[in-house]
Design a binder for this molecule. Structure first.
Ligand code: CMX
Length: 472
């Protein structure tokens, strides 16, 4: 035992062992961002110089006790969330992007994931050729190291939750980080974004293989479909790899990735990645940190919890149910002090457009699916009950209320896997955010915390003293 701690071995352990693979983007996206970044930097510099001391928000005591709700305190470039109209990616609505972004094949209806990545990173609608060149670049980086394969195998054999597998697998890819390697060698602050970009593309490229292996090992006895076919896009290749061949399911997954890709910077997963990245932790570690947050049931894990809850409802009410019976189930959940999963949102104040887009897809392609009908019936009664209950600020369904029923329709029944798919898509937005964090030179995040004593002394006692001294 002691011999293992001898200085020579100890020193060996201290030496970082980064991958020798060095990537340099050939898709043209990095080149384009290199052209775009200087003017954005100059713009921010000017804004800060002229208006840096202007106040954009103030903080109440309630906000510090309730998760800083709605406090404007983060810069996040890829998207912004409006309480009424929903998410805007680089200023465009999802509906708009569904029209404008290049599709796969001649009759595709949903944008290719590659075109979405290009757009989220650069803010520019790519041509089909640009999207295809990114597809090629992603394919060339798709393989994952043997140790990551073994790690997933071992974790799934041991019954570890798929989200924990994702977290471990992506953090193990950190050894591939070009950013970490270059940082140790020494890089100019202005160039940090370049290596962040390379890691971002590498991480997105490797996500399909990581996620496919988690699925295959956990649920399909390790059986994987074929390796990437260069004539297929990112999504279709992933679907074949996990054994699904239905092209309509591919289309739904393109929609799925589109609607889950980003949701501004204040949500737990994006915010965590942003904070961790602000210490110059590399993109693999920053993303992993965000995934730990996504695995919480009030955030991404809600998609799994929705199905668990709806199956419970289904068991109770049977197939020939009335809306009254569903209402009873919702009340039972609320009266037992639990949340109704898939309902409510910290920012949105109407039906989540991401819910509606999935509902429309289901109405178009499988309106008679019994599980979809049950989801729709729950939607008919739940908002009114939540309003009556009187606590929830937003009684409407969110994205997670619908996604599971779509996956189930196409035969992907393993709901403990659903949050992995959410994380898979969220990589697009989080990676874009991290690139822009580095490109704009954002500082290490370090807000000030206070405790209740501080609040009593500086606010409560002060207010009491003012009241008793009669000063207005
Ligand atoms: N069921 C029951 N009660 C709910 C509720 C729901 N669906 N949504 C909110 N509430 C309650 C809150 O727990 C809170 O109760 P307390 O005052 O006792 O603490 C009260 O209503 C006020 O909360 P809020 O301001 O409306 O909501 P928050 O911003 O605090 O929380 C969210 C937002 C999403 C965490 C919450 O609505 C929730 O827990 N929903 C269910 C879980 C879910 O679907 N999460 C997925 C969100 C989308 C995503 O991130 O993927």
């Amino acid at each position: 035992m002691l011999s293992k701690l001898r200085p020579s071995n100890f020193l060996k352990l201290q030496k970082p062992s980064y991958s020798t693979e060095v990537y340099s983007d050939n898709s043209g996206l990095k080149e384009r961002m290199n052209e775009l970044i200087p003017s954005r930097r100059a713009e921010v510099k000017k804004i800060r110089k002229e208006f840096g001391d202007k106040v954009i928000d103030s903080v109440t005591i309630d906000q510090v006790y309730t998760g800083m709700r709605s406090l404007k305190a983060i810069v996040w470039e890829p998207s912004i969330l409006d309480a009424e109209s929903g998410i805007l990616y680089q200023g465009h609505s999802i509906a708009d992007l569904q029209q404008k972004l290049p599709k796969f094949g001649s009759d595709g209806e949903q944008p290719m994931a590659e075109s979405l990545v290009w757009f989220l990173f650069s803010g520019e609608i790519p041509t089909k050729e640009q999207a295809l060149s990114l597809q090629k670049e992603l394919c060339s980086r798709a393989h994952i190291p043997e140790y990551t394969k073994k790690l997933i195998e071992e974790l799934s054999r041991s019954g570890v939750h798929p989200m924990t597998q994702l977290i471990c697998a992506v953090s193990s890819l950190q050894a591939q980080s070009q950013f970490a390697k270059k940082y140790i060698e020494g890089i100019h602050k202005n160039d940090l974004w370049i290596h962040t970009f390379e890691d971002a593309i590498t991480l997105i490229a490797k996500m399909p293989e990581v996620c496919a292996r988690i699925y295959a090992n956990t649920f399909k006895n390790g059986v994987l479909g074929p390796l990437a076919d260069p004539s297929l896009d990112y999504v279709a290749n992933f679907m074949r790899r996990i054994g699904y061949k239905d092209q309509r399911f591919d289309e739904y997954m393109r929609l799925y990735m589109m609607i889950h890709a980003d949701h501004e910077g204040g949500n737990v997963s994006a915010h965590t990645s942003h904070v961790v990245g602000s210490a110059y932790a590399d993109p693999f570690l920053s993303f992993t940190a965000g995934m730990c947050g996504l695995a919480g049931p009030l955030h991404g894990l809600a998609n799994q919890e929705v199905i668990r809850w709806v199956k419970g409802v289904q068991k109770k009410v049977g197939s020939d149910y009335s809306l009254e019976q569903i209402k009873e189930c919702v009340w039972e959940t609320l009266n037992s002090g639990k949340v109704v999963p898939g309902y409510g949102h910290a920012v949105l104040r109407r039906v989540d457009p991401r819910y509606t887009s999935q509902q429309q897809f289901a109405l178009k392609y499988f309106p008679d699916d019994p599980f979809f009908k049950l989801i729709d019936d729950i939607y008919k009664v739940t908002p009114d009950i939540l309003k009556q209950h009187g606590k929830t600020k937003n009684p409407w369904p969110n994205v997670d209320a619908h996604s599971g029923c779509m996956l189930m329709h196409y035969g992907l029944m393993e709901f403990e896997y659903y949050t992995v798919l959410f994380g898979f898509s969220r990589a697009f937005g989080i990676m874009s955010g991290l690139i822009w964090d580095r490109a704009l030179g954002l500082s290490i995040e370090r807000p000030k915390s206070v405790n209740t004593e501080w609040i009593k002394e500086n606010v409560v006692n002060l207010a009491n003293r003012t009241a008793t001294s009669g000063v207005c």
